[in-house]
Write a protein that binds this ligand. Sequence first.
Ligand code: NAD
Ligand code: UDP
Length: 341
Amino acid sequence: MKPKILVTGGAGYIGSHTCIALHQAGYDIIVFDNLSNSSVEAINRVSNLIKTPVTFIKGDIRDRASLQKVFIEHSFFGVIHFAGLKAVGESVEKPLRYYDNNVSGTLNLLDIMRAHDVKNFVFSSSATVYGDPDVLPINENAPRSATNPYGHSKLMVERILEDLTSADEGWSLVTLRYFNPVGAHVSGQIGEDPNGIPNNLMPYISQVAVGKLAQLSVFGNDYATPDGTGVRDFIHVTDLAYGHVAALDYIQQQDHPTGFLPINLGTGKGSSVLELLTAFSEVSGQRIPYQFAPRRAGDIASCYASADKAKALLGWEAELSIKDMCADTWRWQRLNPNGFS
Ligand code: NAD
Ligand code: UDP
């Protein structure tokens, strides 16, 4: 029988791509999502792409009764936990909403997992837990800190997972720290669909390219980086999706170590804002107007991963290039100028 996986937040950007990768790898998936930041159309398109209807349950991870029902009806090998809120600026304005969703929701989920003896867990953490790193590339032992409620919510969950593993060694808690996920499925059928004006660089660039936004503001050109603009470790969402499959495959190995396992998912390579902009322009053939603007509050100069642990432990490494990330984003943007709506 195929191992059954509960995918919370599986209708979202990273979750939907991961559903495809999980299906291809032979996992049976159940998606649980409250659609607070996604559309059921993403699930429909995933079903079409994998030529199999995805089992979708509309529900909220904070709602004990509906989660409980799912665990009574299905016997899970493990849970991949994407569900959560992710907008840094909004988290500053609405901290309680973020702690409730990201921390209380996760506690609820873990408690129900414990009650049903499901102890394999893959958590969506973030490079944001490294704060402003002293040493690059960043490895998993780097000090952790956060500067906003979103980052704190990820740190708090990491702490909860560490405490859980000290109390009960039966848990396998793989904590994947994503760097900067970008790109879209190669089909152009699913991709990132931000609400309103995007905060993140790649969706902003693609909306300028398609003519929805007038020009990009490049936040800061006086950083201590090769061209003065911020440097990030952009990773294709499809590579990221395979990272989740690799994590589950790892947990399935009989002799794998249990406990809290933090693992970076990045390419190990930094690219600047201007490099990404140039690559997008080349790949799309579009002129992308931009202006330099002041630094954005809270931004750091450079952030890129050491991807060694993922390779050593999971046998996973990112394969897709910046050009692939731009080409796939552009295809998604061109085919779906208004996202899923
Ligand atoms: P997303 O918003 O596209 O997906 C999250 C999904 O969770 C959405 O479909 C949303 O409807 C659902 N959800 C939110 N709260 C819920 C709740 N209480 N109950 C049930 N469903 C709920 O975001 P994403 O980019 O796919 O991110 C997935 C995870 O990865 C998040 O936890 C995010 O914090 C983390 N992460 C994302 C990035 C990034 O840049 N995209 C970087 C690092 C970490
Ligand atoms: N950025 C930018 N203009 C934008 C959005 C982002 O110059 O409209 C820069 C930002 O200052 C940072 C990089 O792009 O240096 C990546 O930002 P993003 O918000 O995508 O991800 P972050 O690393 O902040 O999570």
